[in-house]
Ligand binder design. Sequence first.
Ligand SMILES: Nc1ncnc2c1ncn2[C@@H]1O[C@H](COP(=O)(O)OP(=O)(O)OP(=O)(O)O)[C@@H](O)[C@H]1O
Ligand SMILES: [Mg+2]
Length: 575
Amino acid sequence: MFMDCHHIATIQHIRSFRSCPHATGPSMANGDRVRISRSTLAGRQPRHRRAFQVELTGRTWPAAALRESGEVYHSLFSGMPEGVALSEILYDERGEAHDYRILDVNPAYEAIFGVTRAEAVGNNGSELYGTGFLSYLETYARVVATGEPATFDFETTFRPAQRRSFTITALATGNGRFATVFEDITERKRFEQQFWQAQKMEEIGRLTAGVAHDFNNLLTPIIGYSDLVLDRVRDQPNITADIEEIKKAGERASQLTRQLLAFGRKQLLVPQVLDLNQVVGNLAKMLSRIVSEDIHVDIVAAPSLGRTKADPGQIEQLVINLVVNAHDAMPQGGTLTIETANAVLGPAFVRRHVGSQPGHYVSLVVKDTGCGMAPEVLAHVFEPFFTTKGPGKGTGLGLSMVYGLVKQSGGYIMVESSPGVGTTVTMYLPTVDDPVESAAAGPQCVQTLEGTETILLVEDDAGVCSLMRKVLERYSYTVLSTQDAGDAIAIDDSYRGAIHLLVTDMIMPGLSGPDLAQRIVRRRPAIKVLFVSGYRSREVIDLGVSSQNASFLQKPFRPETLATKVRECLDHHVG
Ligand SMILES: Nc1ncnc2c1ncn2[C@@H]1O[C@H](COP(=O)(O)OP(=O)(O)OP(=O)(O)O)[C@@H](O)[C@H]1O
Ligand SMILES: [Mg+2]
C-alpha cells in the first residue's frame, strides 16, 4: 500500500484523539477539516472495540484531487534515482524492535539490491538480507521512536561484482513506519579516493626528491674520489679491487637516486619531439630478449599518430619497465599488447580522473593477460618501494619511475587490473605540432679533455666543491672556487683576467645558480655557464639549458664526465 502524507497526518491525529470522544483534526490542503469521532464496537480485544469515524467537514473532498495527489507521489517514488523502501518496525511482546517488514520498494531499490518488488514486499529484513543486516535495526527503531531522521554510509555486498557505496537516510513516516532512501555515492567516493591518492603521491614525491638530492651530494665525492684514487693506484691490484667495489656501490646507489628523482619528477630530461611509433618500433627489436617465448607480443601502431615531446631515452626505459612487469605477471605465458593511438581527453574523462587535463594526447597502452592485481595492490602500485615480488626480485621503483616521468612530461597515467584477467597501463602524453626531431646529437666528439681556460666554480657543498676543483685542476684548468654565491660575485668583480666558464650549483643559500649566472653574464657576455645539480628544478627550464650559453650536468657524475662536459661547453660556439 502506498500512503501520502495526508493519510499519515490523519492517522497520527486519530491516535492523539483516542482519549476524547469528538475532536477536530488537521486541515487538508484545500482548507477542509477532518472531524474524528470515537465509537465503541463489540469485540474480544479491547483495542478492536474502538473505532474511529473520520469524516471530512465542509465540502466533499474531491476524489479526482485525491487521485491526482496519489499519482504525483507515486510517480515521484517510481522515478527517483535514489532507491527507496517503505518499511515498518516489528516489535516483540516486550515491545522491543526485533525486525522490520518491507511494505514497498521503488524500481531504483530493486536495481540496487537485485530483488524484485514482489520478492521484497511483505518480507522481513532478516529473511531478505540475513540477520547481519539487523545491525541497522536499532537506528531505524530510534528514527521511528524519535521522529529524528538518521544518515549513515553503507556498502552493498549483495552484488560483489558491482560493489557500490550508498548514503542511507532513514525517515520516520509515522505509525511505526519509516522510509529508507539509498543515494549512490560510489562515484563521489572513488573521486575522493583518487584525490587523496594524488595528494599522497605528491607528498611522497617531494620527500623522495629531497632525500635523493642530498644523496647525490654525498655520492658525487664517493664516486669521484674513487676514480681519482684509482688513477693513482693502478699498479696495486689489491687496492684497486677494493676501490672498484666502493665505486660500484656508489654507482648502484646513484642508479637508485636517479629512479627516486624520476618518481619525484625532478630528473634531468632532455625532451625532444618524438613519434612514439618510432620509439616502440626501435624497442620491439629488443623485446624478445626481455619476454619469454611463450608470450605473444602484439604491437598495434596507430597510423598518423600525433607527435609528443618527451625524453626518448626515458620513454624507452618506461616501456621496458612496463614490459618487464607484464612479463613477470605471465609466468605461464600470455599476450603482451603495446598499442599507440591518438586520444582526446574531454571534460567527462577529466571529471572522473583526478589530475588529468583536457586536450589532445597520444596514448601508449601496455596490456597483459597475466595474473592481474587485487584492489589492495592496485591502490599502491605507484608508491616507491612497493613490490609484491620476493627479495632481490623487484625494488618497487619501476612504476614509480613511470609515474614520475609521465607526470613530468605533462601526461596522465592510469592502471586497470582484474585478478586472473590481466592489467592495462594507459599513458597519455600531450601532442605537439612541431616536426619530429632527429635523434639527439650525441656528445660531441671531444679530442682532448685538457684545457688552460679559467673556470669560476661555485658549489655550496664542501665535499663536491673540493672534488670538482681537484678534477678540473688535474685537467690543467685555472680554477677560482668558492662555496658562496656572494663571494663568487666578489671574485668576478676583482678578477682582472678572462673567466671562460662559470660552473655553478643550481640551488644555493642566498643567490640561486641561475640568478648568479645572470649577474655574471651581464658583466661578461662571452662567459659560458654549466649548471650542476642533484635535481632538475624549474629554473633550469627557465634559464638554464634553454639558454644558448648554458649546459646542465646532473649529480652524481664521474670526474671524466665533468671534464667532458666542461670541454664541450668551452668548445661550443654560440651562433
Ligand atoms: N602488469 C602487472 N601485473 C600484475 N601486477 C603488477 C603489474 N605491474 C605491476 N604490478 C604489481 O605492482 C608492483 C609494483 O610494480 P613496480 O614495477 O613498481 O615494482 P616491481 O616490478 O615490483 O619492482 P621493480 O620494477 O623495481 O623491479 C609489483 O610488485 C606487482 O605486484
Ligand atoms: Mg617493475
